[in-house]
Design a protein around this ligand. Structure first.
Ligand code: GLN
Length: 307
């Protein structure tokens, strides 16, 4: 398919997923997210040669929630390399993103960096190496997305912090197994601020475009990850990015991806583009109903995937 047809494909997808909008449930365990309208939808592609295509409500920003875990891992890998894997595993979890039981069973080493426990321990590692973690994370997104107006939604961060008990339980459990270095509440505040960074789909696709470009940010030419690390990160996204629904997502979409409870999903087509979609209605796994359907349609219509 010619590159100019991406816009047409996104427009078709947006028309076809209309019956799904409003289906699913917005994440109400974070009170500030419960107010979102489940029928919102936007989708954007950013290609490795710098073209952007978007359909739906392209300017609407959403907090990126767990999609931030990919940047947390990226910044931690830049600083620790393979040493990080002593503190977090690489295996799919087969359990919900916020499960506690597996963590106890596996002695405080989370299965992978994308479930909450794994992201929180990665955040703890990063916290030890950055003097201003929230500032560094925000600046990273601003630079990669090319927009200085990107901010953290403090209302969402505070709401998550207020209702942090389950995430705090995970962090304390890891501390009891000597796999947590900093103060639990300090790290959680940083973690929730990362989750509360607000981006629209165009900015999200741009910010993570290095994942489709062998680790290089094409606008600055800078190496964000080595090509080996980039391949490894994409592989982990494929096996674990959608938690216990990663198998179904891989089967339907055929690309590495990462979801968040705001209804945001990022997917990567190596050497071609990143695609970001957002629609807040979630299925029982905490993944966007319309978002997954849209990515499945995209992969069918373009007839290419990583396989
Ligand atoms: N901030 C959310 C939490 O910690 C992220 C979860 C998600 O997006 N799956 O619960």
């Amino acid at each position: 398919m010619a590159i100019s047809d991406y816009q047409q494909v996104l427009d078709e997808i947006t028309a076809e997923i209309q019956p799904l909008l409003g289906q699913g449930k917005v994440a109400d365990y974070i009170p500030a997210l419960a107010k979102e309208d489940a029928s919102q939808f936007s989708i954007a592609i950013h290609t490795v040669d710098g073209r952007t295509f978007c359909a739906g409500d392209c300017s609407k920003r959403f907090t990126i929630q767990s999609v931030s875990k990919v940047m947390t891992l990226t910044l931690a890998l830049q600083r620790y390399g393979d040493e990080l894997w002593q503190r977090v595993g690489k295996e799919p979890s087969g359990t919900a993103f916020n499960s506690l039981t597996q963590l106890e069973f596996e002695k405080g080493i989370p299965r992978n960096p994308f479930i909450n426990a794994g992201a929180i321990v990665t955040c703890d590692a990063l916290y030890s190496r950055l003097s201003a973690p929230m500032h560094s994370m925000l600046e990273t997104f601003r630079q990669l997305a090319g927009n200085k107006t990107i901010v953290i939604d403090k209302r969402v961060a505070s709401s998550e912090y207020e209702f942090r008990h389950r995430n705090a339980a995970m962090a304390h459990l890891m501390k009891s197994f000597n796999n947590f270095d900093n103060e639990v509440d300090d790290v959680l505040w940083a973690y929730f601020n990362f989750c509360a960074i607000e981006l629209n789909c165009v900015e999200l696709a741009k910010a993570y475009n290095f994942l489709a470009n062998k680790g290089i940010d094409h606008t600055s030419g800078k190496e964000v990850l080595t090509s080996l690390q980039n391949k490894q990160l994409n592989s982990l996204l494929f096996t674990s990015g959608l938690y216990d629904a990663a198998g179904d997502f891989g089967y339907r979409v055929g690309m590495p991806g990462k979801s968040g409870v705001s209804g945001t999903i990022l997917a990567v087509l190596p050497n071609k583009f990143t695609v970001a979609v957002c629609s807040p209605g979630l299925n029982s796994f905490g993944n966007s109903v319309a978002g997954i359907a849209a990515l499945e349609l995209l992969s069918k219509k373009l007839d290419f995937s990583i396989f």
